[in-house]
Design a protein around this ligand. Structure first.
Ligand code: SAM
Length: 260
């Protein structure tokens, strides 16, 4: 029986993450909480076995219950610990870390760098701070092979898949090489590509536009607040925010919308 397919429904977000895991991999899901992802991955036959890592007791118990109910205690090891401390070097091929901030995911990867030697793929789903994670990946020679942006229950999610630079035909320099937007003099610099996502911006979907329209609105709210301030630094901050808003508006206006 495919426990997740038959007994419970996986969210679209977790389903997408699951589909990024190469079949037959040895998987570790870090910050697994309810353990749904490893249960689904083993239960549908995508991976033979998995490790579910959790640092907190409540979620750890939820994962234990889930795995027991699915009858997978012999194939999913639930381990308590901080980040990648729950796995040994060379133990897994794929690591998934989902549903946390980009800064926390980057710090988990940074602290567990020595465990990444055998890892062939990272599937990461930061709730915020995607740019922080992209910077970590660049610094540590992980190349993005796929970026996906989606919406579920009113929330926007990005899923980033990366492989070691040595395993990738795509080079970091090519991914982040600045390019000029057609019909505009605006250049998508490395910084802008890190912010927007170098692959997302190449084929922007409806949700990409929605996300950045919302971000522009947030920046406009901040600008209105700063404009009410009589602090000396407010003028400079206003200028910076205006420039940022104008830049993002121009990007959205010039990106192709025919692929939506
Ligand atoms: N990965 C699941 C998902 O995407 O649906 C659960 C996401 S949940 C919001 C984040 C989980 O990460 C929590 O259960 C939390 O306890 C766990 N967590 C946070 N920091 C962690 C760390 N350093 N190591 C392991 N787990 C961590």
């Amino acid at each position: 029986m495919d426990y997740v397919g038959d007994v419970m429904k996986l969210s679209q977000r977790l389903q997408y993450i699951l589909e990024q895991i190469p079949a037959g991999s040895r998987l570790a899901d870090i910050g697994s909480d309810h353990g749904l992802l490893p249960v689904a991955a083993v239960s549908c036959g995508r991976v033979p076995q998995a490790v579910a890592g959790e640092v907190n007791d409540g979620p750890l118990r939820a994962a234990q219950k889930q795995v027991a109910e699915a009858g997978l205690t012999d194939r999913i090891a639930i381990r308590k610990g901080d980040g990648l401390a729950v796995i040994k070097a060379n133990e897994v091929d794929v690591i998934t870390i989902a549903g946390m901030g980009g800064a926390l995911i980057a710090s988990i990867l940074e602290q567990g760098k020595d465990k990444l030697v055998s890892v062939k793929q990272l599937v990461l789903q930061p709730n915020v701070g995607e740019d922080i994670l992209r910077r970590w990946l660049i610094k540590h020679q992980w190349v993005l092979t796929n970026e996906h942006i989606m919406e579920e229950d009113g929330k926007v999610y990005e899923v980033l898949t990366a492989v070691p630079a040595s395993e990738s035909s795509l080079k970091q320099d090519d991914l982040y090489r600045p390019w000029e937007l057609p019909g505009s003099s605006l250049v998508l610099t490395e910084d802008l590509l890190i912010q927007l996502g170098p692959l997302l911006v190449k084929a922007p979907n409806e949700i990409f536009f929605l996300k950045w329209q919302l971000e522009i609105r947030k920046l406009q709210d901040v600008l209105a607040q700063v404009a009410r301030s009589d602090q000396e630094s407010a003028q400079q901050k206003q200028e910076q925010l205006r420039k940022q808003i104008e830049q993002l508006e121009e990007v959205l206006a010039c990106l192709p919308k025919d692929r939506q």
